[in-house]
Write a protein that binds this ligand. Structure first.
Ligand code: NAD
Length: 356
């Protein structure tokens, strides 16, 4: 079967790492009898430079007719002026809205070979295997905002409907059923009204999943427990801004920004898959970026959009094997270790997938 994949490389190292993710998809496809048609689209800074628009209509149309979207990263110093009317991140927020991507999944699982590259002790990290499910299209990032008093007072509004909360909670509960049957719902219900609605909705939804344990945690306590006892979490579900902050914190458990994937899901099977890191302008064009976050995002694409679980596992196993053999890109290599380039890492992982 031939799958249509929209590839939005974006800026900085984005095109370098998505190229390796595409290489690995081709390899795993060859080994399992699938083919992929990759179509490139513009997003972010490069789209501003080329068309004046960070999210051209053709890019939205390309994504809408694809089976899934692979994205690199957007942004860079060239477009950094926060007061500019047109900015690269508008491309990201725009594509999330246009595709209705309301649930962002960020798995954090440590490759056994990399236990020592985190700033946390290996004894604290051992056994960490969690997923943060972040609500992506509501909350304070999308609420009414503005200025009063001639600009001297500013406000942002956090708004959530019960339906918005319920659909993302259901993603988390369904996911927990495929994992260790535990959901931690994170809010600030001691202060925020949206959080009180979040908590009562979580209690109601939990009744439909008697096989899943549901606990509530305040966001400040969650931030602490994430680095105190990360292995105790299975699925964490939370609203947009809390999720934004907690996912960055959780990403550091793994030791490198370059290692972690994400999936953004809509109703149906269309999804957008991207590494959690940014465009890393400091290393762009040098061929040294770690492509593993993008490659593991391709594994999530196989799992969630194409429902090819065996193929997804083959990619994840290939990453573990290549790391276990000692191959490292510069960001995860110790001071003495020899390193491989972005392309070499992609080729090594692809070779493992084809020999699966
Ligand atoms: P960043 O994630 O791009 O980089 C942070 C640090 O991690 C840098 O030192 C970088 O070299 C390193 N790093 C990141 N990914 C790596 C990889 N795959 N391999 C090796 N090292 C890697 O974050 P930043 O520097 O804060 O942001 C740079 C630009 O990216 C900014 O314009 C920012 O707005 C944008 N950004 C985009 C996204 C996105 O597209 N989703 C996310 C975050 C930041």
């Amino acid at each position: 079967m031939a799958y249509q994949i929209a590839v939005l490389g974006g800026d900085g190292i984005g095109p370098e790492v998505t190229a390796e993710a595409a290489r690995v998809l081709e390899a795993v496809g060859r080994a399992h009898g699938h083919s992929f048609v990759f179509e490139q689209g513009l997003i972010g800074g490069i789209a501003i430079d080329t068309t004046g628009n960070p999210l051209p209509d053709e890019t939205v149309a390309l994504c809408q007719r694809a089976d899934a979207v692979l994205l690199g990263a957007v942004g860079g110093p060239r477009w950094d002026d926060p007061t500019a009317a047109v900015r690269p991140e508008q491309g990201l927020l725009g594509i999330r809205k246009a595709l209705g991507l309301y649930a962002n999944l960020r798995p954090v699982k440590l490759a056994p070979a990399l236990l020592d590259s985190s700033t946390l002790k290996a004894s604290v990290l051992e056994g960490t295997d969690l997923v943060v499910v972040r609500e992506l299209t509501g909350g304070i990032y999308f609420g009414e905002r503005g200025r009063r008093d001639g600009g001297r007072t500013a406000f942002d509004t956090m708004v959530y409907s019960e339906a918005e909360i319920e659909r993302v909670l259901r993603v988390a509960f369904e996911l927990a059923r495929l994992r260790r049957h535990k959901v931690t719902s994170v809010d600030k219900a001691n202060v925020l009204e949206t959080s009180r609605l979040w908590r009562s909705t979580a209690d109601r939804v939990a009744r439909d999943y008697p096989d899943v344990t549901c606990e509530h945690l305040l966001v400040d306590a969650c931030a602490m427990h994430l680095i105190r006892r990360p292995a105790s979490f299975d699925v964490i579900v939370t609203e947009n801004m809390f999720g934004d902050i907690l996912t960055d914190e959780a990403s550091m458990l793994s030791g490198s920004m370059g290692m972690l994937p994400s999936a953004s899901l809509a109703e149906g099977t269309l999804g957008l898959y991207e590494p959690i890191h940014g465009s890393a302008p400091d290393i762009a064009g040098k061929g040294i970026a770690n492509p593993i976050g993008a490659i593991l995002s391709a594994a999530l694409l196989l799992r969630y959009s194409l429902k090819l679980e065996q193929e997804a596992r083959a990619v994840e196993a290939a990453v573990d094997s290549v790391l276990a053999q000692g191959y490292r890109t510069a960001d995860i290599a110790g001071p003495q270790a020899e390193t491989v380039s972005t392309t070499q890492m992609g080729q090594l992982i692809a070779r493992h997938c084809s020999s699966d």
